[in-house]
Ligand binder design. Structure first.
Ligand SMILES: NC(=O)c1ccc[n+]([C@@H]2O[C@H](COP(=O)([O-])OP(=O)(O)OC[C@H]3O[C@@H](n4cnc5c(N)ncnc54)[C@H](OP(=O)(O)O)[C@@H]3O)[C@@H](O)[C@H]2O)c1
Length: 298
């Protein structure tokens, strides 16, 4: 299913359950991941966040989790921290798994697929031209279980397989299933890259506070709480963001003065252009990965 591999995919889940599970009774289990073995190909930041969430929520036991990576120290660290099985061979890890999570950087993906090709069960043969794929884009707050992941499934992903993908991604925080793969690229630019925008804005605000004369510690506390509180308030009030902003913008007041400067500095345009640039780059990286993949197949 080459289409699913075209972009900066954070993870692709390939379900081999049909080949491995005991039968319909097991597939119909009410707990989507019960009895399933998971292989994480690439044990980096995102895999670690997913493993932590899955184990914390008791969705799978550590003995059912395999993770791979090229560095021995990293494998030892993951095995020690989570009690999972950490292997050097991607093929070995994937071979016995019901679900394979490809959690490597997009540029590493073609190499990994080449390694896995032909070594797995029937569904993954023929160069991984495989129809049952979920593509997902999480973001960094996933590391504390507060991420947001946009994901989409190919048409051949069945209900129970979707439920399993939902359970895995739910271990990272919230998840939203989007209608088409292009929207995962859009989410990459908005929420996947999103923490970068927010951190930069927060950093700039802290610096502004220091410029006013606050200590860095106090400025950071004021900014962090302001951002946390504003997000929680926006969510709970359910009001339009412009309405919330208007509530604190009195005529001739401080907010009005600040907004005047922000608009003059074209903050909205700059943000919009930044998100669009991230989207274009997502597509470029996806195209590069696709080309690399085609070359490895020839
Ligand atoms: N981190 C984020 O905030 C974030 C947010 C949204 C989406 N994503 C996406 O999530 C995906 C994974 O990102 P990440 O942040 O988890 O990356 P990461 O921390 O760099 O993890 C990738 C892991 O893959 C390992 N690796 C490298 N070559 C390998 C190979 N041939 N076989 C098996 N493993 C190999 C790396 O090992 P070494 O370290 O030893 O090289 C590393 O541990 C990417 O597609 C990324 O775009 C990440």
């Amino acid at each position: 299913m080459a289409g699913a591999l075209t972009a900066t995919c954070s993870s692709i889940e390939i379900d081999q359950a049909d080949q491995l599970s005991a039968g319909p009774a097991e597939r119909a289990a009410s707990v989507p991941l019960q009895g399933k073995r998971l292989a994480f190909i690439g044990g980096g930041t995102m895999a670690e966040a997913m493993i932590r969430g899955l184990l914390d929520k008791h969705l799978v036991p550590p003995s059912h989790v395999f993770v791979t990576g090229p560095r021995r120290e990293r494998r030892a660290e993951l095995a020690k921290q989570f009690g999972v099985k950490a292997l050097a061979s991607n093929a070995d890890a994937a071979q016995g798994a019901h679900i394979v999570v490809l959690s490597v950087k997009p540029q590493v993906l073609p190499t990994v697929l080449r390694e896995l090709r032909g070594k797995l069960r029937a569904v993954l043969r023929e160069g991984l031209d495989h129809a049952t794929i979920v593509r997902a884009m999480p973001n960094t707050p996933a590391q504390i279980g507060m991420g947001i992941t946009a994901w989409c499934a190919t048409a051949s992903v069945e209900r129970d397989q979707r439920d399993r993908a939902k359970a895995i991604l739910g271990a990272l925080g919230e998840e939203i299933e989007v209608e088409e793969e292009g929207m995962v690229d859009m989410a990459t630019a908005l929420s996947g890259t999103g923490p970068t925008y927010v951190f930069l804005l927060m950093e700039a605000l802290v610096d502004a506070g220091v410029h006013l004369g606050f200590s860095r510690r106090v400025a950071e506390e004021l900014v962090l709480r302001t951002v946390e509180g504003s997000a929680a308030f926006a969510r709970r009030s359910g009001r339009h963001l412009a309405e919330l902003r208007n509530m604190v913008t009195s005529p001739g007041g401080t907010s009005a003065a600040a907004i005047y400067e922000l608009e003059k500095g074209a903050l909205r345009t700059v943000l919009s252009r930044a998100v669009y640039a991230a989207f274009v780059r997502t597509r470029e990286l996806g195209a590069e990965a696709q080309q690399k993949l085609q070359r490895t197949k020839q």
